[in-house]
Design a protein around this ligand. Structure first.
Ligand code: DGL
Length: 241
């Protein structure tokens, strides 16, 4: 059983990508909307939350846990790997290396939560591939708007309106792929980079390396939302389709 977790429905953008490669897997998707947003919480709070969610997923039989949340990954994956040694954690990260690989000269905007942008893990990645033409932007409150299906146009106009001639946009929060068209309305025809493709490759590599069965006769998905909000479940099935 593969567990997938996020602070809400953002991780579904990662799950969609995983399903292209593992169409008949057995999955539990854990939407922690009760604690959304993760992005503005302290490190201690996030680790406490992750301990709880990870313990639940392990109790439900997950040996492999996908952190489909950049904030959780940036802040928590090293801690989780050290504490739960038998569990394989697959962690998303902002796809800044893809910019280095595909368009290193391009003017780049990295959009992510404050927690991700300020994390040691992300800053190591950034300094490794720094193209000296990059703006790091903490999008405080944006994931929460997306989570609650609110209109983001005013927010994006105010936040992004001053950025001109952007070529690359790194979607460093798994909620943001859900608003690509709204971002394009403000920034024009930019190229998006998100970490879900790299994460899926890594997931497959780890499953094969550890000889873990991941293909069954039929796809099984169990959806859990920590606030037991029916609306979240409906939205989950709409996005995953
Ligand atoms: N989807 C998340 C991320 O990738 C969480 C955003 C939040 O809860 O603030 O960071």
């Amino acid at each position: 059983m593969i567990g997938i977790l996020d602070s809400g429905i953002g991780g579904v953008t990662v799950f969609r990508e995983i399903l292209k490669t593992i169409p008949n897997g057995h999955f539990i998707y854990y939407s922690d909307s009760l604690n959304n947003p993760y992005g503005d919480k302290s490190k201690e709070e996030i680790l406490y939350i992750l301990d709880n969610v990870v313990t639940k997923l392990i109790d439900m039989g997950c040996l492999v846990i996908v952190l489909a949340c950049n904030t959780a990954s940036s802040i928590g994956v090293r801690y989780l790997r050290a504490k739960y040694k038998k569990i394989i954690f697959i962690a998303i990260e902002p796809a800044y290396k893809m910019v280095h690989d595909y368009n290193p000269q391009g003017k780049t905007l990295v959009m992510a939560t404050r927690g991700t942008i300020e994390s040691e893990k992300f800053l190591e990645l950034y300094h490794k591939y720094d193209n000296h033409n990059t703006i790091l932007l903490s999008c405080i409150g944006l994931a929460e708007l997306i989570e609650n299906n609110k209109d983001v146009s005013k927010y994006l106009n105010e936040l992004l309106g001053k950025y001109k001639d952007i070529d690359n946009v790194v979607l460093g929060c798994t909620h943001y792929p859900l608003i690509k068209s709204e971002i394009k309305k403000v920034l024009g025809d930019v190229t998006f980079y998100d970490g879900s493709i790299g994460l899926t490759k890594e997931l497959l590599r780890q499953l094969n390396n550890h000889n873990i069965k991941y293909e069954y006769e039929k796809l099984e998905i169990k959806f859990i939302d920590s606030s037991q909000n029916e609306f979240k479940e409906k939205r989950f099935w709409q996005i995953i389709k």
